[in-house]
Write a protein that binds this ligand. Structure first.
Ligand SMILES: [Zn+2]
Ligand SMILES: [Zn+2]
Length: 101
């Protein structure tokens, strides 16, 4: 799967506290990934990166665990490992909203 690594997403946040936490809650993975989600990259994953799929017409933001090096490749297309777990970044569908009353 090819994705575009999105720029300028550091200001976006959700009630999970961090995008790494968000990934842990909603990716369905039972354990921490052993390596970065980019195909062929052996580094340890460090950050929940915002990406969107390329060529599918799916423009929803998705979180994937990447190493710092790959996360910094803003605006570039990355090929992900086929087994990689993704978490939707659409917080209206996922995160529990904060109760404000
Ligand atoms: Zn969240
Ligand atoms: Zn990497």
């Amino acid at each position: 799967m090819w994705v575009m690594n999105l720029n300028n997403t550091s200001g976006k946040t959700c009630t999970c506290g961090s995008w790494t936490k968000h990934w842990e809650r909603y990716s369905g993975a039972r354990s921490w990934p052993l390596k970065c989600g980019t195909k062929g990259c052996p580094n340890i994953p460090a950050v929940g990166a915002h990406v969107k799929q390329v060529g599918t017409g799916d423009h929803l933001h998705t979180i994937v665990m990447l190493c710092r090096g790959c996360n910094n490749r803003f605006g570039q297309q990355l090929e992900l490992e086929s087994y990689i777990r993704l978490a939707r970044a659409n917080i209206r569908e996922t995160c529990t909203p904060l109760v404000t009353w």
